[in-house]
Ligand binder design. Structure first.
Ligand SMILES: C[S@@+](CC[C@H](N)C(=O)[O-])C[C@H]1O[C@@H](n2cnc3c(N)ncnc32)[C@H](O)[C@@H]1O
Length: 278
């Protein structure tokens, strides 16, 4: 039987081809303007600060738009890792077209990141916006990040809030109904919804089967604490980077939110933590 990441890889390889030509990811904007940042990294830039002199690892880098943007925040070196070879191919080409000097892209599963990246250690591990839902155990994920970072190094994760993933996204009437697990489960959420979240022709996406997991907010935070991190920032956001629910409206700047009473549900969260130890 195929591993969960092999099932998901087939889906992401097909999505990568569609995403690469979508206006949602808009690779051309990053290529023609050497100061341009992805919308995702634009939102994080104020917290990430100047990355000069920092070695940065971007886990689940997909087609590299955020990776290139992290380089543009000044990173000395940038390493993107993703399980999808088609995503890595697009990311490599994008970094080259954007003339990013020290960019490396590695095809690997997150749990294999330490072996795949060899002896290299980083000052910052960045991930998010649809990342940790593809990982079965958040505790094992945090252990990998601890090994990738130098002591004093930082992890920055901004991802979908686990409460958002509990909501029944199939309902079209704007009601918020808790349907799916909030806490991490052993068994995955198995989905076979066609298509993807960008514009473009989705007809080439036929590998629709995916396996995903939710992780409660405390499970994420505790996993970091248990793996030797000190939490330095935890924030919950009423906006998301994509239209996760049909009722959500575009509020500009690449952000989506509920049409009214946005204080009902957190859409995303950010956690920043520093690796303790010598
Ligand atoms: C939504 S994208 C990443 C988010 C990024 N913010 C973006 O939009 O460019 C999810 C990525 O995770 C990758 N992925 C999924 N499971 C993975 C795993 N187990 N190890 C490494 N990468 C994985 C997929 O190949 C895909 O490129």
């Amino acid at each position: 039987m195929a591993e969960y990441w092999e099932i998901n890889r087939a889906n992401w390889d097909q999505r990568a081809a569609v995403h690469a030509t979508s206006t949602t990811y808009n690779l051309q904007r990053l290529i023609v303007d050497p100061t341009a940042l992805s919308e995702v990294v634009s939102h994080d830039a104020v917290h990430l600060g100047d990355l000069s002199g920092r070695d940065v690892c971007h886990l689940q880098c997909h087609i590299g738009t955020d990776t290139v943007s992290l380089a543009r925040l000044g990173a000395r070196s940038i390493t993107g890792l993703d399980v999808s070879p088609r995503s890595i191919e697009v990311a490599r080409q994008l970094a080259s077209d954007c003339q990013i000097a020290d960019a490396t892209f590695v095809e690997a599963e997150v749990y294999d990141a330490v072996a795949a990246l060899g002896a290299q250690r980083f000052d910052l591990v960045y991930s998010g916006v649809g990342a940790i839902n593809w990982i079965p155990s958040i505790s094992r994920w945090a252990g990998v990040i601890a090994q990738l970072l130098r002591p004093g190094g930082r992890v920055y994760l901004r991802d979908a809030h686990p409460m958002l993933y509990t909501i029944d996204h199939r309902l079209k009437d704007g009601t918020l109904v808790v349907e799916f697990p909030y806490f991490e489960t052993v068994e995955p959420f198995v989905d076979d919804e066609p298509g993807t979240y960008t514009d473009g022709d989705h007809s080439s996406i036929t590998a629709n089967l995916t396996h995903e997991w939710n992780h409660g907010l405390a499970e994420i935070v505790q996993a970091l604490i248990d793996n030797g991190f000190a939490i330095t920032r935890l924030a919950e956001h009423a906006e998301a980077e994509w239209q996760a629910l049909d009722s959500m409206v575009d509020i500009g700047d690449g952000q989506f939110a509920l049409p009214e009473r946005r204080d009902r549900l957190p859409m995303m969260f950010t956690v920043e933590a520093t690796r303790l130890g010598l």
